[in-house]
Design a protein around this ligand. Structure first.
Ligand SMILES: NC(=O)c1ccc[n+]([C@@H]2O[C@H](COP(=O)([O-])OP(=O)(O)OC[C@H]3O[C@@H](n4cnc5c(N)ncnc54)[C@H](OP(=O)(O)O)[C@@H]3O)[C@@H](O)[C@H]2O)c1
Length: 290
């Protein structure tokens, strides 16, 4: 299993995204725990979550609580980095709202810390810029939380290049990760990916398979992924993650899963070697798909 770096921590080059286990369409808890345990059995040492991964307003932190429970019933998880986020709200009508105010981020972080039952949160990410709050104010709160020891590392999400540079500056160079949407269907984060490569900051593609509803159709939408997958006798999803991993050694995809088989298959992407010709074929196929 190949490892990559987030700050000073080595994690598996493919992590597990927790969102599908807690939002609309989620499985029952025992299946979710099995899925998390399957990821751990497969060697995964990075799990991504957020306080906003829930459905009803009275279950904020559903996914964090689930992950804490699964980890507590597993055995040695000292090598596992749990990365959570704050700054999004789900009022219960299916929408996603933002609150990037320092007061909210601080409270959200303290609540996440309690739910995760850790001394400090391994990686805390500001979930999404709030147009009503200066970005510098939201990010400065991460700085305070670092100084207070409530979080070990700080990251941002859904950020543009200017915000990445700004956050890096405000955090005195201690920005360790950027989590943006990136997949064959959503490639507009290429500039952020390149900037992270130049700056040596981990880039965590979210919805790396195109999202919960589209992941299964990846190979039919982008037939080159099926073609390459057939060459190697693997899934198109595995090829997709391998294609992302080749882009830069700062890339660490976090595919979501509701089933153990999904995460077991995804993790194998770290061992899948694509040739330069295959990589070029995949890139070209996306240009023709728009
Ligand atoms: N920062 C943000 O704003 C933000 C936004 C969205 C998501 N995220 C994070 O990114 C993570 C990933 O995104 P996502 O879950 O939305 O989308 P995704 O990873 O693109 O797709 C998730 C779906 O892919 C399927 N899947 C995973 N591995 C597979 C494989 N090897 N073969 C076939 N199917 C496979 C799973 O199916 P099954 O359900 O059947 O297992 C799962 O439902 C989230 O879980 C969350 O942690 C962050």
């Amino acid at each position: 299993m190949h490892n990559r770096r987030i700050g000073d921590v080595l994690v598996t080059a493919v992590g597990l995204g927790g969102m599908p286990m807690s939002i609309e369409g989620r499985p029952d808890e025992s299946q979710s725990v099995k899925t998390i345990h399957a990821a751990l059995d497969a060697g995964v040492t990075l799990i991504d979550t957020a306080d906003a991964y829930h459905i009803h307003p009275d279950e904020v932190g559903h996914n964090e609580t689930l992950i804490a429970k699964a980890l507590a019933s597993y055995g040695d998880t000292s090598e596992v980095l749990v990365a959570t986020k704050g700054g999004h709200l789900r009022p219960g009508d299916g929408s996603w709202q933002v609150d990037g105010s320092p007061a909210h981020i601080r409270r959200a972080c303290e609540d996440s810390l309690r739910r995760l039952g850790a001394e400090a949160i391994g990686l805390y990410q500001f979930h999404r810029p709030d147009p009503a709050v200066p970005y510098a104010e939201s990010v400065a709160t991460l700085n305070d939380l670092l100084a207070e020891g409530k979080i070990r590392m700080a990251g941002i999400s859904n950020a543009n290049p200017e915000q990445i540079r700004q956050a890096y500056e405000i955090l005195g160079g201690r920005l360790v990760s950027v989590q943006n949407q990136f997949s064959p269907t959503f490639r507009t984060s290429e500039p952020e990916l390149r900037l992270c490569h130049e700056m040596g900051i981990a880039f965590l593609p979210w919805s790396p398979l195109g999202g919960i509803d589209a992941a299964a159709d990846l190979g039919s939408r982008f037939s080159a992924f099926n073609e390459v997958a057939a060459n190697h006798g693997v899934s198109a999803q595995q090829v997709c993650l391998a294609w992302e991993l080749i882009k830069s050694d700062v890339v660490i995809p976090i595919p979501g899963a509701r089933r153990p088989q999904s995460t077991e298959d995804s993790v194998r992407a770290t061992e899948l070697a694509l040739s330069a010709d295959e990589f070029a074929l995949l890139d070209r196929s996306m240009e023709s798909n728009g």
